[in-house]
Design a protein around this ligand. Structure first.
Ligand code: SF4
Length: 304
């Protein structure tokens, strides 16, 4: 343990804090966290930590906002103020209102990768881990879905429902970097490797995948697979967790540059400063938070 990690551990005890880290965080942040997971796993953890006074959410803005919405009695800190998900910024409230006016009967399902104001306009939220179950649970055959077009297309393929994207072209810049040509090259090198792909990747990537799933589903899949080698099509932070949990297996990223710069903004130094000074508190206006919370809670009610 370094001096800094010791100091963070001491502060954590002193302030009765819990550190949550997304699967895409730097290795050293994952190592110091109490829990590492995807957005739904971390939201659940935040709610289960009844005695904690402070939650340090090492991720990006929308995830910390969700934790603040679901845990109004706790102080939620985002260690790096500028850690924003560009995809979440792609969907505006006006865009949702326009889509609702055009398709008044279609429920609005929003990926949790949205800002609180957008969630407040939705009927139900979903994550990449439960999107299929959430969409299947709805009576309507047509849904408005945003902001990730690729996830929307995947959901439409799997459920047979009509999925209308809002906005028309929402995307994750990191997952768009993956290309099937790179998989061909990697498969020549590692012919027995299984290809695991996140649904935020393009349809062409989904076609070459052996398994499509969220980061939590990818981690679960690996544990149950007999394969020894895997090519992974999602942000490269996941490799740290996969290698730590499965030291006997080998993991190769499907594209070397698949780094989400926003996820990597959180460093141990920034985590320490945020916890020490209790700075970068995430606050969501009450009227927005209460509506967004309803949408998140509807998601939690769907059986997965
Ligand atoms: S990986 Fe993509 S969806 Fe996730 S935070 Fe980064 S930009 Fe947003």
């Amino acid at each position: 343990m370094t001096d800094l990690t010791n100091k963070i551990q001491d502060l954590k005890k002193e302030k009765n804090a819990v550190i949550l880290a997304h699967n895409y965080q730097r290795g050293e942040i994952q190592d110091i966290a109490d829990y590492v997971g995807d957005s739904i796993e971390l939201s659940r953890k935040a709610m289960q930590e009844k005695d904690a006074k402070v939650i340090v959410f090492c991720a990006v803005d929308f995830m910390a906002q969700s934790a603040a919405i679901l845990n109004p009695e706790k102080k939620v800190l985002l260690p790096t103020l500028g850690a924003r998900c560009p995809m979440a910024q792609m969907l505006t409230v006006d865009e949702i209102k326009r889509a609702k006016a055009k398709y008044p009967k279609a429920p609005v399902v929003l990926y949790v990768n949205t800002l609180a104001e957008a969630k407040a306009e939705s009927d139900v939220c979903c994550t990449s881990a439960n999107a299929l179950e959430v969409i299947r649970s709805l009576d309507s055959d047509t849904v408005l879905f945003g902001p990730d077009r690729n996830l929307g297309e995947y959901v439409a393929e799997e459920t047979g429902k009509t999925v209308i994207p809002i906005p028309e072209w929402g995307f994750c810049p990191t997952h768009l970097l993956f290309q099937p040509e790179d998989i061909v090259v990697l498969k020549q090198k590692y012919p027995n490797a299984e290809v695991l792909v996140h649904p935020e990747c393009s349809g062409d990537m989904r076609k070459v995948a052996d398994f499509i799933g969220s980061t939590s589903k990818i981690c679960r899949y690996v544990k149950e697979s007999d394969a020894k080698q895997f090519v992974v099509g999602t942000e490269d932070g996941i490799l740290h967790r996969l290698r730590k949990e499965n030291p006997e297996q080998e993991f190769y990223i499907a594209y070397d540059g698949s780094v989400c710069p926003n996820m990597k903004l959180t460093t141990l130094e920034r985590l320490y400063a945020s916890l020490k000074e209790e700075k970068h508190v995430v606050e969501v206006p009450q009227n927005v938070a209460s509506k967004a919370r309803e949408s998140l809670e509807r998601m939690f009610q769907v059986k997965c």
